[in-house]
Design a protein around this ligand. Structure first.
Ligand SMILES: [Zn+2]
Length: 222
């Protein structure tokens, strides 16, 4: 007899994505199937949960991740249950960042701080390699996109095609600037200005070293 454990290497979002396919294949109704499931360890007499236990939170976030509302009835409305779960996730992530990052890395990425010019680890870094988000490892830039702007912060004329860096209007400190953030984890990275090399489109991503981790790679410096 052969046993398989299909979900040892997946999470609740993966289970739901598989379920979506299986349910479509079997021509069943997704909500009808999942209305009959129970994840909570602490349901009330009617089988409803307040959405606050660990397994509830994972379940709620998984439904949200696939863009669906959990068809199970909670003791509170879905919007409230979802907002609570997202808040728990934010707090959890924040604690994790505080523990893992240095004080400066945390201040820059999570509190939109700025390292002092010419003090960061990478403003003068010239080796070939990749620059990833310090919080979530998303690939942001490569050394071939870096140039020497003389400003004291790592400068890039282009972002990596998969980086998807977010741009946000920033009116702080009496200025109007365009802030750039990691689209995966919302880490503050720096700002983008219009004084970059014209041959690459004229932009300069002015990025804090503290928001990135550099990985050296073999190969020619482009
Ligand atoms: Zn990130």
């Amino acid at each position: 007899m052969k046993f398989t454990h299909p979900y040892l290497h997946s999470d609740k979002t993966g289970i739901l994505r598989d379920a979506e396919q299986a349910i479509e294949y079997l021509k069943l109704d997704f909500d009808e199937v999942f209305r009959r499931t129970l994840t909570s360890y602490q349901p009330d007499a009617e089988g409803r949960s307040d959405g606050a236990t660990g397994s509830d939170v994972e379940r709620i976030l998984a439904f949200n991740a696939i863009g669906k509302k959990d068809p199970v009835e909670y003791t509170k409305p879905w919007q409230e249950v979802l907002e609570d779960a997202l808040q728990i996730e934010r707090t959890h992530r924040d604690e994790e960042y505080k523990e893992r990052l240095t004080e400066l890395q945390y201040h820059v990425t999570r509190q939109a701080g700025t390292e002092r010019a010419f003090t960061g680890e990478y403003w003068n870094e010239k080796r070939a390699g990749e620059y990833r988000c310090i919080c979530c490892s998303t690939l942001l830039f490569t050394s071939s996109m870096k140039f020497d702007s003389g400003c004291g912060w790592p400068s890039f004329h282009t972002e990596h095609t998969d980086a998807n860096i977010l741009r946000v209007e920033d009116h702080s400190h009496g200025m109007h600037r365009i802030e750039v953030r990691c689209s995966s984890c919302d880490a503050h990275l720096g700002h983008v200005f219009n004084d970059g090399p014209a041959s690459y489109g004229g932009e300069r991503y002015c990025i804090n070293s503290a928001s990135m981790i550099f990985e050296e790679q073999d190969g020619e410096q482009a």
